[in-house]
Design a protein around this ligand. Structure first.
Ligand SMILES: Cc1cc2nc3c(=O)[nH]c(=O)nc-3n(C[C@H](O)[C@H](O)[C@H](O)COP(=O)(O)OP(=O)(O)OC[C@H]3O[C@@H](n4cnc5c(N)ncnc54)[C@H](O)[C@@H]3O)c2cc1C
Length: 472
């Protein structure tokens, strides 16, 4: 081919990029394009942290491409209009992109395929964001897996492809094509940034992986549970934006594992399992797209959730009176990030203590999280609420006090995010109500519900839709 567009989407990198490698291999001239979607401005689930990370990652991509002689063309609008118009304007033979998996993105790609087809331009999409797509790992009966353990076993039995090499410098000088401004401040899109967000871009992603594989991965099985330790990789926002390629991660992990002791290898395997959860939820999303609208198990769409707005607001603001829940929510609001253990605790608290629908929590998370990702977020919420595929059963209800005592024993995390409790002794930090005078002097809110009273209500709510059945 003479000329093709590589359309960057969730693959904001020049190394280990499948569609980009293919474009360069098959076309004489590759024009890199990024579309800043109108939905970044108007979408109800878009928030400042995620927008900032995205914009800054695109900026970093632009610099990396420029250094290799490829000016990045940026256009604002709706890709469904912009891409066919640009293809016509530039006279390309094809548009290359890496595949997206969200139902709305798949529908949009179908429309773009038809529009391009109508003007005689090809649209080729490639597997890139995962090692295995939704129809590549199936049960013996040829169905998608809905249980994680056999899925991960099947996943691990296959060899992951090697990473693609870095984009080589452009051969000739590429034409300057008119480009729109890329705002770096998400306020320009209507999302003023109040959080301090982690470093974006491909270089930061590769450095983060390097540091994680140099040490923390070998202790991951244990340290990943403690929010006051930095025991996890912090790669989720990078994986979401594609500032790092999954093949790079899998292959470098494999190399690190080969040199490790047996105990370190066990830790590497636990981390690999977490990465596989990401692919598990992606294949659930594509194979069972109804999860975006309701429970994976449809009987749970009949649950009668609470509509108590005061409770929901207190949960969002970190003012529930349960220190570990409040610390986690305040951390999320301040940084756009939340540790996985805490995501499970606050999600269980919203759904099983406040009895508020997981979908409200899912939406709040999408808006706040820097790594907000439809598949992982939906999977995590449905898991916590007990409505999902391989979910925690509905009668598994975390106790926010014992969770706090177990995973933040000295109250270090709580003291950091709920400073009014700083003076509480370790044995009371997760239940400040045991010293009412001190709690009221600290101006810490009383509990908005009592866990021991809510637990039976939750069980009754679930049993009502299960026809009273269900073993406890
Ligand atoms: C209610 C709830 C909502 C969640 N929402 C999101 C979300 O919007 N986006 C998101 O990326 N993750 C989400 N997760 C999963 C998990 O909490 C984050 O991936 C993790 O905290 C990111 O930190 P890390 O990169 O340091 O992870 P690590 O522990 O280092 O794990 C490595 C990578 O594996 C993947 N991963 C790890 N755990 C999971 C998991 N349970 N499900 C799917 N992928 C996983 C992530 O890509 C992560 O970056 C959610 C979990 C819950 C319980």
């Amino acid at each position: 081919m003479k000329k093709v567009i590589h359309w960057f989407r969730r693959d904001l990198r020049v190394t280990d990029n499948t569609a980009l490698s293919e474009a360069v291999r098959r076309a004489e001239q590759v024009i890199p394009v990024f579309v800043l979607e109108d939905a970044m401005q108007t979408g109800p689930d878009v928030g400042a942290a995620r927008a900032a990370f995205l914009l800054r990652s695109v900026d970093s991509l632009r610099k990396n491409l420029e250094a290799l002689g490829y000016p990045l063309v940026i256009r604002r609008g709706k890709s469904v209009d912009v891409i066919p118009a640009l293809a016509r304007e530039l006279g390309v033979q094809a548009v290359f992109a890496n595949r997206r998996y969200e139902p709305y993105a798949l529908r949009r790609d179908d429309k773009i395929f038809n529009a391009l087809n109508g003007i005689g331009v090809g649209f080729e999409v490639f597997k890139d964001a995962v090692a295995w797509e939704e129809r590549e790992i199936l049960t013996q009966a040829g169905n998608p897996f809905t249980v994680f353990t056999p899925y991960s076993k099947a996943w691990k039995a296959r060899a992951v492809a090697p990473a693609h090499p870095k984009l080589s410098p452009a051969k000739g000088k590429l034409p300057q094509i008119p480009s729109d401004e890329l705002p770096l401040d998400p306020a320009a899109l209507g999302h003023p940034l109040t959080q301090s967000v982690q470093e974006p871009g491909e270089h930061a992603a590769l450095e983060t992986l390097k540091q994680f594989l140099a040490g923390p991965v070998f202790r991951y099985a244990e340290s990943r549970n403690f929010p006051s330790e930095q025991g996890t990789s912090l790669l989720s926002a990078h994986l979401r934006c594609g500032t790092i390629g999954p093949r790079t991660i899998y292959n470098r992990l494999k190399a690190a594992r080969e040199k490790a002791t047996p105990d370190q290898q066990r830790n590497c395997d636990v981390w690999l399992s977490e990465l596989i959860w990401r692919e598990f939820y992606l294949q659930i999303l594509v194979n069972f797209p109804h999860v975006t609208k309701g429970a994976f198990r449809p009987e749970y769409d009949r649950l009668e959730w609470s509509t108590n707005e005061d409770h929901f607001k207190a949960w969002c603001a970190g003012m529930t009176g349960y220190p570990i829940v409040d610390a986690a929510m305040r951390c999320l609001n301040a940084t756009g990030n939340m540790h996985n253990r805490l995501r499970m605790i606050v999600a269980m608290f919203l759904t099983k203590d406040l009895l508020i629908s997981w979908q409200r929590g899912e939406m709040y998370f999408m808006k706040q999280l820097i790594d907000g990702d439809m598949a992982a977020n939906n999977g995590g919420w449905q898991w916590s609420a007990g409505t999902g595929t391989d979910a925690a059963p509905y009668f598994r209800i975390f106790n926010p006090v014992s969770q706090g005592e177990k995973f933040d024993a000295q109250g270090k995390f709580v003291r950091q995010w709920v400073p009014e409790l700083a003076a509480f002794p370790d044995d009371l930090i997760h239940q400040p109500w045991e010293n009412p005078l001190m709690a009221s002097r600290a101006k810490y809110p009383p509990r908005i519900v009592l866990h021991e009273e809510q637990r039976p209500k939750c069980l009754a709510m679930f049993k009502a839709v299960k026809g009273g059945g269900g073993a406890e």
